[in-house]
Design a protein around this ligand. Structure first.
Ligand code: BGC
Length: 463
C-alpha cells in the first residue's frame, strides 16, 4: 500500500520534472520558429530566387510535406529508439536541415532542406508531448503538455523578431540560420535528460526505470507508480482495435479537430501575415513584418491566459467561444478586403481582425486540439491514434498552405477569408455535436464511456 506522503510526493511537481518539460519543449520552439520564419523570409526569397506561383507554393509547403512524413513514422521510431534518443536525433536533423536551408542557392536545394526541417518538426510534434506526458505526474499532465503549445507560439514570435531584425537587409539566410541555436540547445539538453521510465519498462529494464522515477519524483517509494505503469503495459497494444466500431467517435474527434484547427485558416495568418499586410496597404516589407510581430505577441499572451482556463472552464466552452471569435475576426477581415476603403482604414481593420482571430485561436483550437488528441484515444491505441490525428493535422496544414495563393487569385482576399469563416461555423457545429467535455474526467472513464457507446458530446460525461 502506498503511504500518503509517498502518494503526495508522486503527484507533486518537482524541479526536475519542470526542467525536463522545459528542455523537451525547446522542440516546440523549433516547431514554431521553423514554421513561422518563412512568413518574412519568403518576401526576400521571392526577390532573390524569383519562383513561379507553383514553385512558390512548393517552397511554402515543403516543410509541411516533411512534417507529414515525420509525424507518420514517429510512432514506431519512438518505440524503437525511445523518446529521449528520438528527440536527440531530431535535434540533429533540425541542425542539418537548418544549415542547408541557410546555404541553399537554388529553389530545389531550398525545397529539400525545408523538407528535412519538416521531418524534424513532424517527429518533434509527436515525440515531445509524448515524452513530457510520460514523465509528468498525472495531476499536472494537462498543463505540462500545453507548455508545448506555449513553446510553439514563443517560437513563432521569435521567428517574427528575427524576420523583423533582418528585414532591413533582406537576409533570409540568417533568418533561417538562427534556428540552429535552439536546435543545438535541444541536442545537448536532451542528451543530459533521463529516458522515459515508461519506455524503459517497455524494454523490461525495471531497476533502471525505478532509479529514473526515484530521481524525477524525488522520492524513494515509487513502487505504486511502477506497478501502475507495468499494469498498463500488460494491456495488449492492438492496432486492429482502431478499426473497431466503438472507437469510431474517438477517431472522428481526433481527425475533426485536426481538420478544423487547420482548415479555419490559422496558418494563412501565421505564414502569410506579412503578405496579407502588404495586400492591405503596408507598403514596406519591414513595416509588414513588424506588424506581424504584434500578431505573434497576441498569440503568446492569449495562450498563457488559456492554459489555466482549460482546466477551469473546460474544453468545450473554450472551443465554442474561440470558434465564434475566430469566425468573427475572419468575417471582419473578409468584409474589410471586400469593401476596400481607403488604405489607411483597411490597414488597421486588417490588424484588428487578425488580433481578434489569433487571440481566439490561442484560447481554443491552438492548445485544445493537442490536448484532446492526447486524451481521447484508449491506451492500447494511443500511439497510433494520435499519430494518425497529428499526421492529418500536417496534411490539412499542407493543403491550406498550398492552396492559399491560388484561392487569393481566384476569389480575392475577401472571398478567401469568407471561406475560412464559413469553416469556423462548421467547426462550431462539429464541436457542439461531437466533442466530449473531458475536463476533470479520468482517461479510464473516457475509455469506459467510449466502450459503452456513449457517443458524441456525452462521451466524457459522468453518468
Ligand atoms: C498549430 C500550428 C500553428 C500554431 C500557431 C499550433 O497548434 O498546430 O499549425 O501554426 O498552433 O500557434
Amino acid at each position: 500500500m502506498l503511504g500518503r506522503s509517498a502518494a503526495q510526493q508522486q503527484n507533486s511537481l518537482t524541479f526536475f520534472v519542470v526542467l525536463i518539460a522545459c528542455i523537451a519543449a525547446v522542440s516546440g520552439i523549433l516547431f514554431g520558429f521553423d514554421t513561422g520564419v518563412i512568413s518574412g523570409a519568403i518576401l526576400f526569397i521571392k526577390r532573390d530566387l524569383n519562383p513561379s506561383p507553383f514553385m512558390f507554393s512548393v517552397i511554402m509547403s515543403s516543410v509541411l510535406v516533411g512534417a507529414l512524413i515525420g509525424s507518420g513514422v514517429s510512432g514506431s521510431f519512438a518505440d524503437f529508439f525511445g523518446r529521449k534518443k528520438l528527440l536527440v536525433i531530431t535535434a540533429l536533423i533540425f541542425i542539418v536541415g537548418t544549415v542547408c536551408s541557410a546555404l541553399a542557392n537554388t529553389e530545389w536545394v531550398l525545397i529539400i532542406s525545408r523538407l528535412i526541417v519538416g521531418v524534424a518538426i513532424g517527429i518533434a510534434s509527436f515525440a515531445a508531448p509524448l515524452y513530457i506526458s510520460e514523465v509528468a505526474p498525472a495531476r499536472y499532465r494537462g498543463a505540462l503538455v500545453s507548455l508545448n503549445q506555449l513553446a510553439i507560439t514563443i517560437g513563432i514570435l521569435a521567428s517574427y523578431a528575427v524576420d523583423v531584425y533582418f528585414s532591413h537587409t533582406g537576409d533570409w539566410r540568417w533568418m533561417f540560420g538562427l534556428g540552429v541555436v535552439p536546435a543545438v540547445l535541444l541536442f545537448f539538453g536532451m542528451l543530459a535528460l533521463p529516458c522515459s521510465p515508461r519506455w524503459i519498462l517497455l524494454k523490461g529494464r525495471t531497476e533502471q526505470a525505478r532509479r529514473i522515477l526515484q530521481a524525477i519524483r524525488n522520492c524513494e517509494d515509487v513502487d505504486h507508480e511502477l506497478n501502475e505503469i507495468r499494469e498498463s503495459l500488460c494491456e495488449k497494444q492492438d492496432w486492429h482495435l482502431l478499426l473497431q466500431r466503438w472507437l469510431l467517435p474517438a477517431l472522428i474527434v481526433g481527425l475533426g479537430l485536426a481538420f478544423f484547427q487547420q482548415c479555419t485558416g490559422i496558418n494563412t495568418i501565421i505564414y502569410f501575415a506579412p503578405t496579407i499586410f502588404q495586400m492591405a496597404g503596408f507598403d514596406s516589407a519591414s513595416g509588414a513584418i513588424s506588424t506581424t510581430a504584434i500578431v505573434g505577441v497576441a498569440n503568446v499572451l492569449f495562450t498563457i491566459i488559456a492554459i489555466p482556463l482549460i482546466d477551469l472552464w473546460g474544453r468545450r466552452p473554450l472551443l465554442l467561444f474561440g470558434l465564434c471569435g475566430m469566425g468573427f475576426g475572419l468575417l471582419m477581415l473578409s468584409i474589410s478586403f471586400h469593401f476596400g476603403g481607403d488604405n489607411s482604414m483597411l490597414k488597421w481593420l486588417t490588424l484588428a481582425s487578425m488580433i481578434i482571430y489569433i487571440a481566439c485561436f490561442a484560447m481554443s483550437l491552438g492548445p485544445i486540439m493537442w490536448l484532446v488528441i492526447a486524451e481521447i484515444f484508449p491506451l492500447q491505441v494511443r500511439g497510433l491514434g494520435s499519430s494518425i490525428a497529428i499526421s492529418a493535422c500536417w496534411f490539412f496544414n499542407g493543403v491550406v498552405t498550398f492552396t492559399f495563393e491560388y484561392l487569393i487569385q481566384a476569389f480575392g482576399p475577401g472571398g478567401t477569408f469568407f471561406l475560412y469563416a464559413s469553416l469556423c461555423l462548421a467547426g462550431w457545429v462539429f464541436v457542439l455535436r461531437m466533442i466530449p467535455e473531458t475536463k476533470g474526467i479520468s482517461l479510464e472513464m473516457i475509455e469506459n464511456n467510449l466502450r459503452a457507446g456513449k457517443r458524441s458530446r456525452f462521451l466524457g460525461a459522468v453518468e
